[in-house]
Design a protein around this ligand. Structure first.
Ligand SMILES: Cc1cc2nc3c(=O)[nH]c(=O)nc-3n(C[C@H](O)[C@H](O)[C@H](O)COP(=O)(O)OP(=O)(O)OC[C@H]3O[C@@H](n4cnc5c(N)ncnc54)[C@H](O)[C@@H]3O)c2cc1C
Length: 428
């Protein structure tokens, strides 16, 4: 392919997990890369924030053992430090006093079978209903013909849906079961329980999210001769057959190729004037978004939960995490409310009331709520998710909304970065 530029030089627009991964892959292939990030911090929707003098995250995250691309990359970027980066737990959902499900280290899906048989809070009839349903879901492709998760789970007893399947749907897809895609939910369940035993493990970050992947990826990128431009919002793009021109506040720059690695709600602003991206703009204009709220509450540093993570019921939060145990932030709990469209202003009071069923931590020292209003797209049936290749041979996409096996997750983001960089390299 001919271009006015002597060597390929690529602009990656967006320094979230997708953009950082794509930029790193290209730099490792010997390509000149410039990463543009609008904010002062890398990581996008999974980034560090400073609150009350502590480094926290914009949202408490959790990873699944099935997120192989992300886990491999984190391990590679933090050599010899995997246990200090991520804390691996065999699946153990505890929601005292109503429910608990622990999957033992047995071959999958036997571990789920034994976990369900020994679950607390389910009757014998409910356990067999769950086992039969999960077996059908893992082995029967016809399940995807049902459109929503509510439809997919309608044969299940109410207790199971309330305690297990619907909370899993809300946490994994960040979408209420009434509108969530049955096909994507089935794919998540299959990825977690239908592969290897460790795929259903839960991994808790032990350091802030920027330090986990985006910062070491950027450091490596710079070592390899690339450059990272923070506080550099790209305001528009021009695409000719020979080059891509980026316009930022004070400058314009020409590149041979570009990867647009922004969230879907920011794609249209950049792509609107490029006819080849018309179908992408059309796809993302159909998306709706769901909020996720994270509430941090600092208690006495001597306080800790009996387990690093608990499921919560009867209120806005689905989970509470003990950051003292995971991050060494003694006495700090993180409450997470996914698909939180109807969150009331006093949601942290309600979350504290939910916690009272598990522990009595005393009076809070400080509290902070972070609501990401457009945390992820609603993962609804038959979403149009664009490919990483666009109709313009010099323009590529990366991000958690591109076509992939998972909903909007860190794994979809990193996987899209790898795929986007791979597709670009094949064009050269
Ligand atoms: C509160 C919360 C909790 C979550 N929990 C989980 C979880 O537990 N597990 C999980 O797997 N996933 C979780 N997710 C989803 C996960 O964080 C996202 O799927 C993932 O981070 C998306 O990465 P991305 O790189 O595709 O997009 P983004 O993170 O949105 O990155 C895009 C980047 O582009 C930048 N940008 C935008 N426009 C421009 C421009 N014009 N010029 C330059 N830069 C620009 C943005 O500043 C941003 O840094 C959660 C998300 C949130 C918000």
């Amino acid at each position: 392919m001919t271009t006015g530029l002597k060597q390929p030089s690529v602009a990656v627009i967006g320094g979230g997990w997708a953009g950082c991964t794509a930029a790193l892959r290209l730099a490792e292939a010997g390509i000149s890369v410039t990463l543009f990030e609008a904010s002062r911090t890398l990581g996008g929707r999974a980034r560090a924030v400073e609150i009350e003098g502590q480094i926290l995250d914009n949202g408490q995250h959790i990873l699944l053992g099935a997120y192989e691309q992300t886990l491999q990359l984190i391990a590679r970027l933090n050599p010899g430090k995997t246990p200090e980066s991520l804390w691996r737990h065999p699946l153990n959902l505890k929601q005292p006093p109503d429910f608990s499900l622990a999957c033992p280290r047995l071959p999958a899906p036997l571990h789920l079978l034994v976990g369900l048989l020994s679950a607390q809070g389910l009757s014998g009839r409910e356990k067999w209903a769950a086992i039969r349903w999960a077996h059908a879901l893992l082995h029967n492709p016809r399940a995807s013909e049902l459109r929503t998760v509510s439809q997919l789970t309608r044969s299940q007893p109410e207790t199971l849906n309330r305690l297990l399947w619907h909370p899993l749907c809300v946490s994994a897809l960040n979408t209420p079961p009434e509108i969530a895609s049955a096909a994507v939910f089935r794919d998540v369940i299959r990825a977690a329980f239908g592969g290897r035993t460790h795929h259903s493990d839960l991994l808790l970050p032990r350091r802030d999210l920027t330090a986990l992947l985006p910062a070491p990826a950027a450091a490596r990128l710079i070592e390899l001769g690339g450059s990272v431009r923070l506080s550099s919002r790209v305001s528009s793009l021009e695409a000719t057959p020979d080059a891509i021109t980026l316009h930022a506040r004070d400058e314009s720059a020409i590149f041979s190729h570009a990867i647009v690695a922004t969230a879907p709600q920011h794609v249209s602003g950049l792509a609107a004037s490029i006819p080849a991206l018309e179908s992408v703009v059309r796809d993302v204009s159909t998306y709706h978004y769901q909020p996720i709220a994270t509430g941090y509450i600092q208690y006495d540093p001597a306080f800790q939960l009996t387990h690093p993570l608990f499921a919560l019921a009867n209120g806005p939060a689905q989970f509470v995490f003990d950051r003292g145990q995971s991050h060494g932030q003694a006495g700090l709990l993180a409450f997470v409310a996914s698909a939180a469209a109807n969150l009331s202003p006093d949601w942290l009071d309600q979350a504290e009331a939910q916690l009272q069923r598990i522990a009595q931590p005393g009076s809070p020292r400080w509290r902070k709520s972070i609501v990401e209003k457009q945390a992820t797209y609603s993962c609804v049936p038959n979403m149009a998710r664009p490919d990483v290749c666009t109709a313009h041979p010099r323009l590529f996409l990366a991000g958690d909304y591109t076509a992939g096996p998972y909903p909007a997750t860190l794994e979809t983001a990193t996987l899209s970065g790898v795929q986007s960089a791979g597709a670009l390299l094949r064009q050269l």
